[in-house]
Design a protein around this ligand. Structure first.
Ligand code: FEO
Length: 400
């Protein structure tokens, strides 16, 4: 991975510097999640009167850029603490390089973070300082408090709170993937930021809704003035993202149906249009995605607050078209809060898509409201069945 050109740092409070990296041309995360706007790895240098801490680091390949930015504010050899909120290499990998440069520095992390650091990085155990939930480190006139936040989104995750300045560093929690020039949500636009944050929530945090609610309660107990996550822009008004996360993790459902379909020769698409039209007449918010032409992140985002998911697919070789099967798998893998599902399928000489899609949702608590399977083009009987299915779906949704 090539290093990007060095860029400036910014001071988010007195002697608190963003020294991270904006990775504009990264297009995939975890070899799965599309990054249309790139991403950033936010690392923060906090200087106290007597000690200096670096909070989270950067992705492999950007160590030089990080060190160059730290050097603008202090000699990296004089860092006392490298805080590892989370062991995933996009934030933690460069920590081992800093420890080599800073002979007295300790890697500060949770109990489980220590296990992960030894597992993933070339770090001597004697360099690791384990902190308990609620522990504090005095940097000289400013205090770092560590807040355990397990499963957001790995077992070892914690937040760091800079008490006197009211700055929360929650690592992945509250993040968004963007490498745009802005640093604050109000500069990027709060709506744009929340849109990105919702995609991010769907892909990273949605499977961990209960830990999210626990994390939010811990944040609310502190006098947080700025939230500075380790991806994307920072929030000068923390309530914007705290309220959004409360809604998303709290499964605040809308009168909304997500329809994700694939069609080879138009039959499934016709069925989808009949269903969508009937639902719209019933004042249902319908989000339709033609799967092969859609970003998976956008589909995931709508899973956050759609009580009903409809999957449309033709039968292919005795099963469901693979891209529709992928969406059904996504619902399951992301542990989406989906309550109900329905299936629209079409086939040529033999069916199989209905059974395959139902099987891919097995093991969830999702109730299948119905399935309509057309032989070739949907006929009048199929249309009537779809309209009846629309009635059934609408009855399950919250009122307008
Ligand atoms: Fe951004 Fe879980 O790493």
């Amino acid at each position: 991975m090539a290093e990007s050109a060095p860029k400036g740092t910014i001071e988010i409070a007195k002697d608190v510097f963003w020294v991270g990296v904006k990775h504009h041309n990264r297009r995939l995360f975890d070899a799965l999640i599309p990054l249309p706007n790139g991403t950033s790895y936010n690392s923060y240098l906090v200087k106290g009167a007597s000690k200096t801490a670096l909070i989270d680091t950067v992705n492999p390949g950007f160590e030089g850029e990080l060190i160059g930015k730290i050097s603008q504010h202090t000699d990296p050899a004089r860092i006392d603490y490298v805080i590892m909120n989370h062991a995933e290499p996009d934030h933690a990998n460069a920590g081992q390089h800093i420890l080599r440069m800073a002979p007295n520095a300790k890697l500060v992390t949770s109990k489980k973070g220590k296990e992960a650091a030894l597992q993933y990085f070339d770090v001597d155990e004697s360099r690791i300082m384990v902190v308990d939930d609620g522990a504090k480190i005095d940097l000289g006139g400013r205090t770092l408090e560590f807040i355990y936040a397990p499963w957001l989104h790995w077992p070892e995750t914690m937040f760091t709170f800079l008490v006197e300045d009211g700055i929360l560093f929650p690592c992945d929690f509250f993040g968004q993937h963007t490498a745009q020039g802005e640093f604050y949500a109000d500069e990027l636009g709060n709506d744009v930021t929340l849109d990105l944050a919702k995609v991010y929530f769907a892909e990273i945090m949605m499977p961990f809704r209960k830990p999210c609610l626990d994390g939010i309660e811990k944040v609310k107990k502190r006098n947080v003035k700025i939230i500075a996550p380790s991806h994307g822009v920072f929030y000068r008004d923390p309530s914007i993202i705290i309220n959004a996360y409360s809604d998303w993790a709290g499964e605040k459902m809308r009168r909304k149906v997500l329809v994700a379909y694939v069609s080879m020769w138009g039959s499934t698409e016709k069925m989808v249009k009949v269903l969508a039209g009937a639902l719209v007449e019933k004042k249902v918010d319908v989000r339709i995605f033609d799967i092969p032409n859609s970003e998976v992140g956008h589909i995931a985002k709508e899973l956050v607050d759609s009580p009903v998911v409809v999957v449309g697919a033709p039968t292919v070789l005795g099963g469901a078209h693979p891209v529709a099967a992928y969406v059904a798998m996504l619902v399951k893998a992301l542990r989406a809060p989906t309550k109900y599902a329905a299936v629209l399928t079409s086939h040529g000489w033999s069916g199989g898509a209905v059974k395959a899609l139902q099987e891919s949702l097995a093991g969830t608590k999702i109730e299948i409201l119905g399935a309509v399977d057309a032989a070739g083009r949907p006929n009048e009987k199929d249309v009537q069945e779809i309209l009846a299915l629309a009635e059934k779906i609408a009855e399950k949704l919250p009122p307008e």
